[in-house]
Design a protein around this ligand. Structure first.
Ligand SMILES: [Zn+2]
Length: 387
């Protein structure tokens, strides 16, 4: 008997060591490796640009911070976004996107929907609750709960935006809005739109890197449009005032959505093919971007290689200006994709480098106010539920 206890104790100790190493060393190591900032000297700013930057309403349409287990209340040396760095960057409104499934061998060209899912490994390594291990829906619910926990601490001064009044009534708070990265968390059930809405989601991406029950991804194998379920889903989203993000949707899906619903759609993180030719399998053609803008939609410019060619603040500003020339100055915004398994030139505390570059490259103060945040604020004010 004693021997059995000794052996059990030995294996339990080994198991605890393995769990500790995975949770405290390997998972944070992956975070640091996958969400890098290129080492750099301070980027140029001027007194004039700093003054302007400090007076802006700043909004960013896409950050995957909730996927990673680092506590956003603390300032971290790894990753791109936490509350202290949002404040340093002057951010008033941050969209938090929930990544729930990601195919192994991720690429922009053609991912198989049946490829092994890397997020399954990550949620286990980070010791997320057991219910998230096999349910994509529960992963979205859990990420909303993480944000709610931040909101519940008054010291964080954070408000999760649910309706128009939430955007209008906040001077010093950081506003946060929940977005799903793809609609696979519906797990094929229309009623889960309501459940995600009740969990706080006010925007839903349709696809991520693979084709799903709603239709084709821009990086999937089929390049197909909306399925019948997808049509039903986008109509239900529109009925509930859930804003629709087509950041990873195929051209056919985007066209189908525009033909199915009345309202506008948006692209939370991306760029233009005409601004960076190699982004053909990551971005949409100018013609569709123009249609999106004509319908009152917006495009958030990503800061990563794939959305744009030059990821420096200078290159981000250049792509913003190019996107304005295709869409218009009311349709272009920031859509970093911070913490989205991307390497960037800045983290969110350094956004004033973009303001400086926009001024240097000739945008007017009014245009800078719009692209740095007012376009997002106005889009949300037009499309969020009344109450
Ligand atoms: Zn994405």
């Amino acid at each position: 008997m004693k021997k059995i206890i000794k052996i059990s104790f030995f294996f339990l100790t080994i198991l605890l060591i393995v769990v500790f190493v995975i949770n405290k060393i390997i998972a944070p190591g992956q975070d640091a490796k996958m969400n890098k900032v290129i080492p750099h000297e301070n980027f140029a700013v001027s007194n004039v640009s700093e003054k302007l930057h400090n007076s802006l309403f700043i909004a960013d349409l896409h950050s995957d911070t909730l996927l990673w287990s680092r506590n956003p209340e603390k300032r971290w040396k790894r990753g791109h976004v936490d509350l202290p760095r949002l404040r340093e960057g002057g951010v008033n409104l941050q969209v938090f996107s929930a990544v729930t499934k990601s195919p192994r061998g991720l690429n922009f060209d053609a991912n198989s929907a049946g490829a092994p899912d890397d997020i399954s490994l990550l949620v286990k390594a980070q010791l997320w609750p057991r219910r998230t291990w096999n349910s994509i829906f529960e992963r979205a619910i859990y990420q909303a709960q993480r944000l709610k926990k931040l909101e519940s601490n008054p010291r964080n001064n954070l408000l999760i935006v649910k309706n128009k009044a939430d955007i209008e009534n906040t001077d010093t708070k950081i506003l946060a809005l929940l977005l799903t990265e793809g609609s696979h968390p519906l797990e094929g059930k229309i009623e889960n739109i309501k459940n995600l809405y009740n969990a706080g989601y006010r925007a839903m991406g349709l696809q991520h890197f693979f084709d799903n029950e709603l239709g084709g991804s821009l990086h999937g194998k089929s390049q197909s449009g909306l399925t019948n379920f997808g049509r039903e889903a986008v109509l239900e989203m529109e009925r509930m005032n859930i804003m629709i993000d087509v950041a990873h949707s195929s051209k056919n899906t985007v066209e189908d959505v525009l033909n199915t619903i009345e309202g506008p759609i948006f692209i939370s993180h991306g760029g233009t093919i005409s601004g960076c030719k190699k982004t053909i399998n990551r971005n949409l053609p100018d013609k569709i971007l123009k249609e999106i803008s004509n319908r009152g939609g917006i495009l958030g410019i990503g800061y990563f290689d794939g959305a744009i060619c030059d990821i420096t603040p200078k290159g981000i500003a250049k792509e913003i200006i190019h996107a304005i020339s295709i869409m218009d100055e009311n349709s272009v915004a920031l859509g970093s994709d911070f913490d989205g398994t991307v390497t960037t030139s800045i983290d969110t505390s350094e956004l004033s480098a973009i303001t400086y570059q926009l001024l240097e490259q000739g945008l007017s103060e009014t245009q800078i106010r719009k692209v740095m945040g007012e376009n997002v604020r106005d889009f949300f004010l037009r499309n969020l539920p009344e109450s």
